[in-house]
Each structure stands twice: as C-alpha cells, then as structure tokens.
Design a protein around this ligand. Structure first.
Ligand code: F6R
Length: 604
C-alpha cells in the first residue's frame, strides 16, 4: 500500500534507500522513486522509474547520486495511473520541497481548485498537494516573521488542511533533516548511531538496526543524523524505543526462490513459536482476560477466513458463540454491538478497514483485543489487549504462515475455556502439541504429494474448492491463495452448496478440490463429491493417509496426515498453500508480487 523510506546520516544514502525500498516492495510495486540530497554540493538528485528496485540497484551509481540524506517510495497506485510522472517524490513549484507519501488525501481536488489554484501540478496524484501546501506555509511564515521559518512548522500547518490518511517524509533543498508525520498510516523510525532511518515497516530497516520508535497518530518528527525530535499537538513528546526480536535473516529469502515458499516452510516453526509463547506445563496463558459471553471477530481477506475457522474452533471447544464480520462491511452496518468482546484479526495490524472496525467497537464500549503479528502496530495501540501470533516477518504478499498461527491462537483460546472433561482436555492439549509435526509431514512430501497435482491444475482456468464444517474456511483460503498467486479463477464453497447454483458451471474443465477430512460430516461430504463427479468435473481430494475409500470416487488424492477432526485445518492448509505456490510456479507467475496487489492495505 505504498512504502516510504528515509535515511539521514554519514553514509551514502543511495544504497541504503534502495535496500530499504527493496525490503518493503511488498507494499506496492507499480513504480518507484528516490531522492538523494548532497548538502555539501547543495544538489538534489531524483530518479523515478517503472522498473523494479532490483533493476535500479543495477543501473544507479553512488557517484552519480552522491549524498548522505535520502528518501524513497515504492507505489501502489490510488490516484493517477502507474507512470513515471505519478511516481514519488513530488515537489512544490520551485522543485525545492520534496515529499513521499503513503495514504490518501481525500480533499486533494478541493485544495487544487482552492488555495493551490495558482500552482503548477505535474502529476495526477493526491500527494502533490502536500509539497505545494508546505511551500505556501513557508512563504506565509517568512512573510509574517521575516525569518526563515522551520520546515517542521510548515509541515504542521500543511497537515491541518489535509483530510484523509498519510504517512509522509518531507525534506527541502539545503535542509539537513527529514520531517515526518503520520495519521492512519504506519511509520517507524529506526534508531542508529549518528544516523537514523524512517520506514513504513520494520523489515525496511532490519539490516541496519533493531531499535525502533513507532510514531503515534498525529506525531510530527524532525529526524536528523544525531537527533530525533517528536511533537504531538503543541508539545514535545517522548516515544519509547522498542527492541524488535526479528532478525534480518527472518526477512530474507534464505535460499528459497520466493518468500511465499520460504514462509510456507516456516509454518511449523511459526506454530512452535506461537505455542511456546502461551502454552507451558501450567497450561494455557494468553495474558488476556477471556471471559466474554459472546465474541465478534472482524477481519479482512485471509485473516477473515482464519476468523471463520476460529468460529468453528472456539464454538466447538469452548461453546462460546462467535460471530465473524468482514471489517469493511461491519464499519458501515447497523450491527448491534452489546457486551460482546471484539477481536480484530490482522497480520499487519495496519489494515485500514480492520482498524476502523476496532475503533467502532471501542466507541460502543466493547472490550477489544487485537490478534496480530506485528509488535507495536496500530491495532495494538487501539485495542485494549493484544495477543501476538509469532509468525515472524511475513514478506510474501500472499499471507501464509500468519494464517496458520492465527488458527493456533484460536485453538489456544478455545482450549483455555474448554468445556470438556479434564481427561479429554489433556488429550486435546497433547494433540495441539503435535500440530507442528502435522504441518512438517506435508512439507516433507511436497515434491511427491503436491507438485504433480499443481502441474495438472496449472492447465485449467477455473477451479472450485469445497469443504465443510471447520474446513469450509480452509476451502475459501485455498481458493483465495490460488487465485491471487496463479491468476486462475478459483471459488471456495461449502461442499453442500454447489448444487444450489454452481453445478451449472461444472464441466470436465472445472476441477474441484475437495477437502475430505474424517470428521462427523465425512460421509455427507463424500456424497457431495459423488454428485460433483457425476457432473463430469475432475476431483482432487485432500484426504488423510489411510483413507482408501476416497480413491474410489476421485481422480487424484493429495495426502495429509491423520489427525483429530478439529486439528485437520492445519495439514489441509499447508497442502493448499503449497498447491497454490506450485501451481503459480508452473504458470510462471510473479509469486511474491501478484499484479494489482500489495501487502498491508492501509487505505479503505
Ligand atoms: C491474502 C492476504 C490478504 C490479507 C488482508 C488482511 O493472501 O494476505 O487478504 O489477509 O489484506 O491483512 P491483515 O491480516 O494484515 O489485516
């Protein structure tokens, strides 16, 4: 959703800016731009491009772009098509004030036609109003005080005119620092030794520092090589510096061709790390009071499907009613919020729709909990409590390991309030400890068990995924993953629902992936599969090892290890994540950067 970065220090800024941008390219990759300022020579160097950062790294030379202060931007277009002219940074009329921006300025048109009507605009973006407004404020201050006013005050005045969301980095020719500000879009400062870094996300700076300051809503900061000044409203504020436990290796590909594959292979470790955080000899302790009579989960995308699975898990284990809403729908609905506990499920902790939903729940006086992967993210600051899933940094645009640890959290939540005899509870907790192995077994058989089916699937353009009960959401997740990385049209359905309409689409060219776990509705799902076969569609079953029955009715079988029904989403998910990856690979898709997408959707 656009990534912005900045550097000020004593080293050459160009390689640092390019590296940082490359690490957060997942936030947008339709164009990019960098600015390096050489304060010794009084020069500004700017480069905008439709190429990837990797290509820029090859083509740009430090000597041509010398300077120890820089800013950069990697774009996910909102206003204005992807093009060099719309790439950031954007400037004022004199080309002296530069801004990179993540977010949306909703009133940009009114500003262009009103107070900025005399300015020359060179792009179609909303962002471009910002440097022009800063310029106007500086002019006004200079005129009033006949003294060169600080760029920070001009930024502050400019922000008072903006409606919408922003994280910005601004600088001006001859200025030895960066002015940064945020509202409803994330922004962090990486603290170094006689140098400082700015970025939308932590992975951008992880190779330089793990000392992170998370800026809060309304913060404006002036960042120089040896000082960080932050104010909010009229007064200076101190923000705590956090040490981030992630390492740079966590945020690199580690020999895998794609982040997505690496992250699927990290699923067992992510499960272990999450379990280790909350499960000990003394039982389960999530550090959150979980006593509500009803739960509402709000989320988007993959996190929404995890929440749907969570509903089954928690209702099954704890007998607590759970309702799940898409955050983007919930925000504008007349949903009746009473004394329920509201859980926001969000990997990034920055998804705009989910944050809005959290704020709405708070306005209604509900107790709120964020279930997120990112320490210090905005969701954690809005919610009353936070449960961290411990996936480590997730860079691939398609969520994988974060989904599986969201499920783990629901097992922990459900079991922490389980309504069952003690002996059964002990057994369930023992089963839970085994789930990393279940995931590992699927990974170990990736080449024999998944890849050949992926090559087969790659030849089709329409695919259905079906499941029932706790695995309905896994079918939905399987379809989402396949469509976003392989561009095959895929739909997830409750297995019993196809006959109510989608049957009309079934032909020999619409394979159906059927999740056939041995649960209480196995026989019913098998009947659904037979109905599908009778309509001529090829069926690939995801079935447990040892289930020989299934082979009689389907064309192909992907094997997953046997487990109790409630934990079957774990191996099924790993299998479907791998299937999506290898299908996309067979179709030679841009797996880590699917077209039109970006990770962390920080606009509504
Ligand atoms: C799909 C995917 C997205 C995210 C969604 C919510 O693979 O990654 O659907 O799940 O944008 O993101 P978070 O969980 O960060 O709120």
């Amino acid at each position: 959703m656009c990534g912005i970065v900045g550097y000020v220090g004593e080293r050459e800024a160009l390689p640092i800016i390019l590296n940082s941008l490359q690490r957060i390219e997942y936030r947008g990759y339709d164009s990019c731009g960098i600015l390096v300022q050489d304060n010794n020579e009084g020069k500004i160097h700017v480069h905008k491009s439709m190429k990837s950062i990797a290509q820029l790294k090859k083509n740009m030379s430090k000597s041509e772009y010398a300077g120890t202060l820089g800013i950069g931007h990697t774009r996910w277009a909102t206003h204005g098509v992807p093009s060099r002219r719309n790439a950031h940074p954007h400037f004022d009329c004199d080309g002296e004030i530069a801004v990179v921006h993540n977010g949306i300025i909703e009133n940009f048109q009114a500003l262009k036609e009103g107070p900025l009507s005399n300015c020359r605009f060179k792009s179609d973006t909303d962002t471009e109003v910002i440097p022009h407004l800063i310029h106007q404020s500086l002019e006004k201050f200079n005129h009033q005080t006949s003294q060169k006013s600080s760029i920070k005050d001009a930024v502050r005045e400019c922000l008072s005119h903006l409606k919408g969301s922003y994280a910005i980095i601004a600088t001006a020719k001859g200025f030895d620092g960066l002015v940064v500000a945020r509202k409803d879009s994330p922004l962090i400062i990486g603290v170094g030794d006689r140098e400082n870094f700015i970025a939308s996300d932590v992975p951008a700076v992880l190779d330089q520092t793990n000392r992170i300051i998370y800026l809060e809503e309304g913060d404006i900061a002036v960042v120089k090589k040896d000082s960080i000044y932050i104010e909010n409203g009229d007064s200076e504020v101190k923000r705590e510096e956090k040490i981030i436990p992630w390492t740079i290796e966590d945020a690199e590909k580690g020999g895998y061709e794609h982040f997505m594959l690496k992250e699927i292979h990290e699923e067992p470790k992510a499960i272990i790390d999450t379990l280790r955080g909350y499960l000990s000899e003394d039982g389960i302790n999530l550090g959150v009071e979980f006593d509500a009579g009803r739960i509402l989960m709000v989320a988007c995308g993959t996190s929404y499907y995890a929440a749907l699975c969570g509903k089954y898990i928690i209702e099954h284990l704890a007998k607590v009613p759970v309702q799940v809403e898409l955050a983007s729908e919930f925000n504008y609905s007349d949903f009746v919020l009473d004394d329920m506990m509201v859980m926001a499920i969000t990997q990034s902790g920055e998804t705009a729709d989910t944050l809005m939903a959290l704020k709405k729940a708070k306005r209604f006086g509900c107790k709120t909990v964020a279930i997120t992967n990112v320490v210090g993210s905005t969701a954690t600051r809005i919610a009353d409590d936070t449960i961290y899933v411990r996936a480590g940094p997730e860079i691939g645009v398609a969520a994988t390991k974060s989904f599986i640890v969201q499920l783990v959290t629901f097992y922990l939540l459900g079991l922490s309030r389980a309504k069952m005899p003690e002996r059964e509870l002990v057994e369930r907790i023992d089963d839970l400890k085994w789930i990393p192995q279940l995931a590992q077994v699927v990974l170990d058989e990736e080449d024999v068990n998944i890849q050949k089916h992926a090559r087969y699937l790659a030849g089709y353009e329409n695919v259905f995924f079906v499941g029932r009960g706790v695995n309905l959401s896994i079918a939905l997740e399987g379809a989402l993953k396949l469509k976003e990385v392989s561009y095959i049209h895929a739909e997830g359905y409750a297995a019993g629902e196809l006959k109510h309409g989608p049957f009309a689409l079934l032909t020999k060219d619409t394979p159906v992936i059927a999740i056939l776990s041995r649960d209480h509705i196995y026989e019913k799902t098998l009947v659904n599969v037979k109905e599908i076969k009778a309509r001529g569609a090829p069926v690939i079953a995801i079935a447990e090892t040892g289930d020989d029955e299934v082979e009689k009715y389907v064309d192909r079988v992907i094997r997953v290890p046997k487990t109790s029904a409630i934990f079957s989403p774990i191996p099924n998910t790993v299998a479907l994540h791998l299937l999506a990856y290898w299908t996309a690979k067979a179709r030679r898709c841009e797996i880590d950067k699917p077209r039109n997408l970006a990770k962390s959707v920080t606009v509504e």
